[in-house]
Design a protein around this ligand. Structure first.
Ligand SMILES: [Zn+2]
Ligand SMILES: [Zn+2]
Length: 89
């Protein structure tokens, strides 16, 4: 498959609700399977891979000052993945 075909396929899957677009700051948009539930991401600065982080803290919603209504949030961790962290620099 050519890139254009892949892109069209992804786009139509997203339109049909099979995939959701994930926007990470400073990264090209990613697509993930829909219905996975709330999760976060870890971006490895060395290899550039993005990993999913399943956990969330309930307290995170309490961070904005009083009066703000939180509807959603994104958390992106930056650092080194286990593979990259194992390589001495
Ligand atoms: Zn890495
Ligand atoms: Zn969360």
């Amino acid at each position: 498959m050519g890139m254009a075909t892949v892109y069209r396929t992804i786009k139509s899957l997203a339109e049909e609700g099979w995939l959701v677009r994930v926007e990470l700051p400073g990264m090209p948009d990613r697509y993930e399977k829909a219905g996975k539930g709330h999760h976060h991401h870890f971006h490895c600065r060395l290899c550039g891979k993005v990993f999913e982080v399943e956990d969330c803290l309930e307290e995170i919603r309490l961070l904005p000052p009083k009066g703000f209504v939180v509807e959603d949030h994104e958390v992106v961790f930056y650092g080194r993945c286990p593979e990259c962290a194992a390589v001495p620099r």
